[in-house]
Design a protein. Structure first.
Length: 159
């Protein structure tokens, strides 16, 4: 399982360690909230990564073929942005939504699920009694409010 991480920090004296940064002097502190970003195609992945990083969050990117394992295994982060807008495979969509439900059963984490209209019934039936933020073909203007509303910590909501 390999994830790529990108931070809004431009200071080269800091090294990203997920939700914590380490300076050369070994001082550890919490930085921007970390968003696990998973998208169904490379172009959308890059768009989401740039957008979420520009919002001031740290991103951890995973390709769609690793997403089910990442979600089930509880990869650390403050929230999940799962974009399935260009996903055509209904079976994979089912597995991804089940993995999100499994994650929510043992972890308090914000989730934003961006889906195509074709998956609305499938998503609604699973998530209508949860705090999962459902977006139907959402864009950058809807991601930030949904991430903030779906965030699980006061640190995340103050970002």
């Amino acid at each position: 399982m390999v994830g790529l991480e990108k931070s809004a920090s431009t200071n080269p004296s800091f090294y990203n360690l997920g939700n914590v940064q380490k300076s050369q002097g070994a001082l550890l502190y919490k930085t921007a909230p970390q968003i696990l970003v998973i998208a169904s195609d490379a172009e959308r992945q890059t768009e989401l990564e740039n957008s979420v990083t520009h919002m001031g969050f740290t991103t951890r990117m995973f390709p769609m073929d690793e997403a089910v394992d990442v979600l089930r295994n509880g990869m650390a982060g403050d929230a999940i942005l799962l974009d399935m807008t260009s996903l055509q495979d209904e079976k994979l969509a089912d597995e991804l939504m089940d993995a999100v439900l499994a994650r929510l059963s043992y972890d308090v984490i914000g989730v934003v699920l961006n889906i195509p209209l074709a998956f609305i019934d499938m998503a609604y039936n699973r998530f209508f009694e949860t705090d999962v933020q459902l977006l139907v073909a959402g864009d950058e203007k809807s991601w930030l409010p949904a991430l903030k509303k779906g965030g699980s910590s006061s640190f995340f909501n103050s970002a």
